[in-house]
Design a protein. Structure first.
Lengths: 343, 343
DNA sequence: CCAAACATCCAAAGCGCTTTGATAGATCAC
DNA sequence: GTGATCTATCAAAGCGCTTTGGATGTTTGG
């Protein structure tokens, strides 16, 4: 059933039917009601393709996912982010189109999206430190918003980010207050902007107390369970092992806990752990009392907000870029306690 | 730059340019080359919307994700599945559109997708035992393929599934061969078809050795870390605790391991664990020697294959439904060993 | 040398919608 | 009673592409 058939059946012009359905005022209430009813009865939905062509709006938002084997962006947090964003999209009538693209095709992919005009805007994921994709998208002129930020990009753009620096600074402070002095950082890949900022926060807190960061206690890598495990194994073999671990992901934190317990140490007594917690739906941090003390920020909520931000950007073209900085909350669980080395 | 402008610039008709770009034979090689070059130079890409309208093909495939809070389908395996499917889609020129839909809107969502004509086919996720969505899609007449199967649906449809029954039957057999007699099943939600089949496999293996399944050893629930942990805590409190655990997800297996180790037991000696392993990119089962003995089947590969299957279905309408049954491999790791209770 | 076959190209219709510009008829002001 | 204003409707153009059905010139066969 299409517009033509529907209007023929009603004995009205396509114009009138279209107007009636789209809520234009120049249609009598009576006919509008009649049209609505018929549309309902025949389960009429305007053909998206035709509508998009006529209006110039695709009513879709693109997410380009780098499909590299190196850093699997299709990672655990992605599902939750998408889930949050998708919620808003469906509320606002947008579709979400996902493109998985090999790293070397990134540039081509964005240009293609712009030229093919099948999305009204783009969400950029996992920005690196001075991500070339941002300037690229600025040149292309398609609305976009970044989940995260990229240090060293001068021209303004829309983004939403967690205050990673402050979160890790506060977490480090918290451990320092508990008397810990040897604090290991089990960070994500530091070419990623968020990881870089977290390290800055960690270092800033140490510096404020006159402690020089020990390179032997700082790790950067893919945030897997095994990575967390290995980091502990290596540091516990040191002469002066750390009494606390600051971890960038709850998955790695699982590995950290495993290694700690395997070494016969008790978490929260012999060794303290703070992890960043993206509040993933399938990896809840304990029930009533959190297992881990954590810097928590829901990535699903981030998805929701970034979606809103981008939609507003799309629907009000010409406005200045929007930005939003979320503060993570520091929630205390059972994984932290005073340093055993406290004098 | 659109077709009109491009052809004007070339001094050719739109027809010829279109034909040249789409590889039709009635164009001289010389002009084709000229057209190709100009298209390249101006970075011309046909407008998807217009093309879709003209051809009647959207060149997109829809994934409808139930957005229930009850069972979070946006779960860890989803990212990997999508990643595999997306790989094939981009190779074949399809876009992937994701719709997150609340459970109560499922029916409406499918009808809408069909009426709006913005996808050429649909992938159905996480089928329940006699999933109503399948018959619904059959009635609608939009091509679709199911990741998994639904018991008790008579009319044929396209699906791709892991042989869950055989996998869990073999795993149970493997444990029985090692002398285990008290084997716990830590299963997923058994309204899900895959979980139901796994239990059938488990029960079949026990029955073959004349063992009656003990309801006190069988669990069904959301496959979280804490769920795995709790299952062990409960069973180890029994008079006659199990010596082996058969687990439906590697995330739950982490929890099982944690509880086992916390109880002072050694995995692979005092207690054996076999888990199903979806071979997730960010949750690798150990390095050289797998940590867990596992029934393994890559969900990413499943995504790839199901995508191919659906595309073939779309491009050859009228052919019989396609089905594919993947066998999981049973890989031996360090989590299994002879039963300590063996006489 | 002429009709048939072929190789290239083009004008125009059509995909299903929105939107512009017009047209009737009703209502109003005076 | 008449021109102006509103109201409710419609015909037709246009979005950017593909595709049908010619048209034009060139070869080819006999």
């Amino acid at each position: 059933m299409n517009l033509k058939e529907l209007s023929a059946h009603l004995g009205l012009s396509q114009t009138t039917v279209s107007r009636a359905l789209n809520g234009y005022p120049e249609v009598s209430e009576e006919t509008r009601k009649r049209v609505m009813q018929a549309a309902d009865q025949f389960n009429y939905r305007p053909n998206t393709r035709a509508k998009a062509l006529a209006t110039g709006r695709a009513m879709a938002i693109g997410h380009v996912i780098p499909l590299s084997t190196q850093h699997e962006m299709m990672n655990p947090i992605f599902g939750d982010f998408i889930s949050g964003a998708g919620e808003i999209y469906s509320q606002s009538g947008y579709d979400m189109v996902l493109s998985l693209v090999a790293d070397e095709d990134q540039s081509r992919a964005y240009h293609e999206m712009a030229a093919k005009r099948n999305v009204d805007g783009i969400v950029l994921h996992a920005p690196e430190m001075r991500d070339r994709r941002i300037t690229m998208l600025q040149e292309i002129g398609l609305p976009f918003a970044v989940h995260g930020r990229a240090t060293d990009i001068a021209t303004p753009y829309s983004w939403l980010d967690v205050n990673n620096k402050s979160a890790f600074q506060r977490a480090t402070d918290f451990l320092l207050d508990l008397g810990h002095r040897r604090i290991a950082l089990v960070n994500g890949q530091e070419s990623m902007d968020f990881a870089f900022r977290r390290r800055r926060g960690y270092e800033a807190a140490l510096a404020a107390r006159g402690i020089t960061p020990d390179p032997g206690l700082m790790f950067a890598g893919e945030m897997t369970e095994v990575y967390g495990y290995d980091s502990v194994r290596r540091t516990q073999a040191l002469d002066d092992p750390p009494t606390a671990y600051l971890v960038s992901s709850i998955i790695a934190a699982f590995g950290v806990r495993r290694a700690v317990e395997e070494a016969g140490l008790v978490m929260g007594r012999d060794v303290s752990i703070i992890t960043h917690d993206d509040d993933l739906s399938y990896l809840r941090n304990g029930a009533e009392v959190p297992v881990f003390t954590a810097t928590r920020s829901s990535v699903r909520e981030a998805g929701r907000r970034l979606a809103k931000l981008l939609i507003s950007q799309i629907e009000n073209p010409g406005t200045a870029p929007l930005t939003e900085l979320l503060e993570a909350e520091l929630t205390v669980g059972r994984s932290t306690g005073p340093s055993p080395n406290r004098t």
